[in-house]
Design a protein around this ligand. Structure first.
Ligand SMILES: C[S@@+](CC[C@H](N)C(=O)[O-])C[C@H]1O[C@@H](n2cnc3c(N)ncnc32)[C@H](O)[C@@H]1O
Length: 264
């Protein structure tokens, strides 16, 4: 298994980002899960959507690279037809071959996860292909081209200014629909649908809370807590004129890539 530092916190996720699984119901509807299916939830996080998925289908296997997220998902009254496993998506093929006794999945579902696999998105696609039945569906939503663009640019700029390569620090892969479709076709899928959907998104808290939850790859490049707090404040102040509404609520413009593909 690929060793990975666990930067995820289920508590921060619930406090600053509970909008993520809530807004995931659109892609869950596009999956159209059937009552006889076994579905893999790739990057299941704290299991909020996984549970919903389990209520609509025969059984769900949830995998996530974060032990903290899986621990939370397991504690949170997991239904009987869900099993959770700490597995890095890059290692899904070997884990599946060694452990998944039930055989290939009818569908792979993934919400808000695939843009985190920047190092090797092709390996992620191949692994999803590996675990699907022939004609199995791959239905996913994640960050696409220009997703959270202003926040990302402000973070990159804040690091660059301090002599750190901000772009290299970014953990995100935000592809266009054309590029991702090409990767899918090259790796054994037929693409049924691939579209970028801009979505103005109300945050639970503020930009600083969002950066604390999702911007850890940028923050960990900085020398100490004081500098981290400074960068988060700087980015929030920079975005405030356009990103804070009259009533004080904070928003970010997300751009989601929604994909439906079938294993050939
Ligand atoms: C924004 S959360 C989404 C969680 C959940 N699907 C939801 O909609 O609430 C992203 C998740 O991707 C997981 N993740 C990031 N990189 C991963 C990888 N290489 N393999 C598996 N999971 C990964 C994180 O641990 C995190 O739980």
């Amino acid at each position: 298994m690929t060793p990975q530092k666990d930067n995820w916190s289920a508590n921060k996720y619930a406090k600053h980002a509970s909008f993520v699984p809530k807004l995931g119901s659109v892609i869950l509807d596009k999956l159209d899960p059937q009552s006889n299916e076994h579905v893999l939830d790739f990057g299941c996080g704290d299991g909020v959507l996984t549970k919903l998925l389990a209520s609509k289908t025969r059984c769900v296997t949830g995998i996530d690279a974060s032990q903290a997220m899986i621990d939370h998902a397991r504690q949170d009254d997991a239904p009987q037809n869900v099993s959770y496993h700490t597995v890095n998506g890059y290692d899904l093929d070997t884990w599946f071959d060694a452990h998944e006794k039930a055989g290939p999945y009818d569908a792979v579902f993934s919400s808000a996860t695939l843009h985190w696999l920047k190092e090797d998105p092709i390996k992620a696609i191949r692994n999803i292909h590996h675990v699907l039945k022939p004609q199995g569906r791959f239905v996913a939503e994640f960050g696409g081209f220009m997703n959270c663009g202003e926040v990302k640019t402000a973070l990159v700029h804040a690091l660059n200014k301090r002599g750190i390569d901000g772009n290299a620090a970014s953990p995100w892969f935000f592809p266009s629909a054309e590029h991702y479709s090409h990767l899918l076709v090259e790796n054994g899928f037929e693409v049924k649908e691939a579209e970028l959907v801009p979505r103005m998104t109300e945050l639970n808290t503020d930009i600083k809370g969002w950066i604390e939850t999702f911007g850890f790859a940028f923050l960990e490049r900085l020398a100490n807590e004081q500098e981290r707090a400074q960068v988060a404040q700087e980015v929030q102040d920079y975005l405030q004129p356009s990103f804070q509404r009259e009533d004080g609520k904070w928003f970010i413009m997300y751009v989601r890539l929604r994909v439906i593909a079938v294993k050939k």
